[in-house]
Ligand binder design. Structure first.
Ligand code: FMN
Length: 256
């Protein structure tokens, strides 16, 4: 069973591609995460968790949900992390998690997809994003083949910098950097409520038709990138930047 979380579509795309190649059922965890639904799941075939990388680790939201949700049946679990550049030493945390939830760690693949963290970086324009995804296609096929054969998924070599990124920097990122105070909505807001609907943390309330952010944000970029009229900004950091959403559908033919 392929389980996935995705804020801007990359991990959904990868999960759907891999599940189609494996002829496995896939499950979008969005509403389970949003509703804090920890009903047990059952699969006799290995679990495959597909997710974005946040600060060189599995998002804490997903890690904590996995700790609270019983995955019945197969003991094996694979991880596939999409990222803009590198998953660092995410493996260390994943192995620890597997120990805690009683699963056999079967490896973690890194799949480089378009960057979506527009608070810190630039997201690519559509044409460039399509090229990045095209480059990722063979990696997805390779990953699916290894899972189908029951092989371990190798992560790229770990350097001291990767250890620092996934360790101390990840800690500092969650403790000091993530916040929602800088979110604001511009005059062109059309009051559609999509930002609140796509917020996996239920951190956005519509008040008098305009979004108000609470203090429980994970910086997933869903609200700012999925706003249909680009009415959301994060301080000055996102001004003039491309809003990103995966431009391809998993059931579309692969671009050559
Ligand atoms: C809060 C946050 C942190 C991120 N941290 C990393 C990172 O450590 N390394 C990296 O290469 N990409 C990082 N990214 C980029 C995303 O992992 C990447 O674009 C991912 O494919 C987005 O997946 P989605 O479209 O399924 O949400 C980060 C993105 C966000 C929003």
């Amino acid at each position: 069973m392929v389980l996935y979380f995705s804020a801007t579509g990359n991990s959904a795309y990868v999960a759907k591609k891999i599940s189609a190649m494996l002829q496995e059922e896939d499950l979008d965890l969005f509403s389970r995460l949003k509703e804090n639904d920890t009903t047990a799941l059952q699969s006799e075939r290995p679990f495959v968790v597909v997710s974005p990388t946040y600060a060189w680790q599995l998002p804490h939201l997903l890690r904590d949900w996995l700790k609270r949700t019983e995955l019945k049946g197969s003991k094996k679990i694979y991880f596939v992390l999409t990222c803009g550049n590198s998953i660092g030493n995410a493996e260390k945390g994943l192995k620890k998690l597997c120990g805690e939830i009683g699963k056999e760690y079967c490896g973690c693949a890194q799949i480089v997809m378009p960057e979506n963290y527009i608070v810190l970086f630039q997201a690519p324009r559509e044409e460039e994003a399509r090229k990045i995804i095209q480059k990722a296609e063979p990696v997805m096929r390779h990953v699916a083949q290894r899972i189908a054969s029951g092989d371990f998924l190798q992560t790229p070599n770990i350097t001291p910098l990767h250890r620092l990124e996934s360790g101390m920097i990840n800690n500092m990122f969650y403790r000091f950097y993530i916040g929602s105070k800088k979110f604001r909505v511009k005059i062109n807001c059309i009051h559609c409520g999509k930002c609140a609907a796509v917020c996996v943390k239920n951190n956005i309330q519509m008040q008098n038709g305009r979004p108000q952010w609470g203090n429980d944000c994970i910086h997933c970029m869903a609200c700012i990138c999925q706003c249909p009229v680009e009415a959301i900004e994060y301080g000055k950091a996102t001004k003039g930047k491309v809003r990103y959403h995966c431009p391809v559908k998993a059931d579309a033919p692969t671009e050559k």
